[in-house]
Design a protein around this ligand. Sequence first.
Ligand SMILES: [Zn+2]
Length: 220
Amino acid sequence: MEIIIGRKGQQQITITDLSVSREHCKLTSNPDGTYTLENLSANGTFVNGKSIIRTIVDKNTIIQLGSSYSVAIKDLIPLQQVASPSQQVTENYEEKFRRLKAIYDKYSADKIAIQKEAGVNNFYRMLPMTLLSLVGLGATAIPALGNVAPVIGVIGILLLIYSLVKSYQGSRDNPEKMEALNRQFMIDYVCPKCGNFLGFVPYEVLANKSTCSFCKCKWI
Ligand SMILES: [Zn+2]
């Protein structure tokens, strides 16, 4: 079962609160009797006072939509659809878990690409500065400059160090792209049962652990 909750939603009660969007959030039932709740609104969906993107709830969880509207999950779902414990099924999470490998591989590849791009951009940005410092160093070898030569040499060395440090720093971060990539990864790289983010941990490490440290479910 999957229903959209909102002022124009498919829930069994009518919502008129104007801080609730027409399509505010999505509720998907899980085989174990829990529900996956996903926010769809700029006004936010809150569980225990915390704004959520996607989380696992049960039928008794009270959620807040927008600034002031609170409701229990069980009041949103048609009665016959409220899962009771006796209907719980144990699900095999292996197939869903194995999909995390592709997500991690793509994340690593994208991360390397962003870092490489930042490094190249920065090399070109710092190129004039580097050339200038080399000219400065070269000038020290011209005898006609006499006493001024060592001063120019020192300035040249300082410029060179500055440009090297700058281009090194730049290659480490390309903040906006990196942030967007990390944000998406934190939404996708989650336990197939409880939906908790599994950390920036390689897939192989998780596969070796084989169990979720949050919900203790067995992945493989
Ligand atoms: Zn879990």
